[in-house]
Ligand binder design. Structure first.
Ligand SMILES: [Zn+2]
Length: 235
């Protein structure tokens, strides 16, 4: 496996930190709804998603947890481990199945301690991640379901590199903290407008430019920060 071939953060690294990480990396497959860790569980690995997308989920009442950020090929899952802690107040749940590069947390910390270029990249991701979590809080309070849903679907595409997703209305409603009936209604509107095709258990993006026009300004703010901080195709 070639470290840095796919995850954008790994691809940004110079040769020295890439070589230092190489012996510790293994490519793993993640399945949808897989819980990488819950709030009561230690974080033993960090993951650099390649085609998988992982939801960082804030805890609410039982069964009403809400996504606060989505980490895909432009990110790292397991920031508390990088920061020297072993637990998080949020859970990590696989939103879209796919592959990721996994490194044991202790090995990752050891490499990072000796590789300033690696730390610099992760620090820039942390800043983008914080913007996403903060802006998502604004979005959840102030923006209409249709515009939130458009933003969320665009982010799914940006971070997974795909335009077709295995997503049920129930799962979308859990991630966005919307009633299931609302999700069904809003998906129907997007489909009528020709922006998506929604079949049971599957959503296909058809008109990205149209979704961008519909999405709330949170999409522009968050994707702009990812691009500013991480460059390239990061959004
Ligand atoms: Zn918004």
């Amino acid at each position: 496996m070639d470290v840095g071939a796919d995850n954008a953060l790994l691809a940004m690294l110079p040769a020295a930190p890439r070589a230092a990480l190489q012996p510790h990396v293994s490519r793993v497959s993640l399945v949808q709804r897989q819980i990488l860790w819950n709030t009561s569980q230690p974080i033993t690995d960090v993951l650099f998603p390649v085609t998988a997308l992982v939801a960082i989920v804030g805890q609410a009442d039982k069964g009403e947890d809400v996504e606060v950020a989505a980490v895909g090929r432009t990110g790292l899952v397991g920031l508390p481990a990088f920061l020297g802690d072993s637990h998080a107040a949020q859970a990590a749940v696989v939103q879209l199945p796919g592959e990721a590069d996994r490194i044991a947390a202790a090995a990752f910390r050891e490499v990072a301690a000796h590789q300033p270029d690696l730390r610099r990249v992760i620090h820039r991701f942390i800043q983008a991640f914080f913007t996403e979590a903060a802006q998502t809080a604004v979005c959840n309070c102030h923006h209409h379901a249709e515009r939130r849903l458009a933003r969320w679907l665009l982010t799914c595409q940006d971070r997974s590199g795909r335009a077709e997703f295995p997503l049920t209305h129930e799962f979308i409603s859990q991630m966005l903290g919307m009633r299931r009936a609302t999700v069904t209604g809003e998906l129907g509107k997007l489909q009528t407008a020709g922006l998506i095709r929604a079949t049971p258990g599957r959503v296909v993006l058809l008109d990205r430019a149209g979704l961008e026009r519909l999405a709330c300004e949170c999409y522009r703010i968050i994707s702009g920060e990812y691009h500013r901080l991480l460059g390239g195709e990061a959004r």
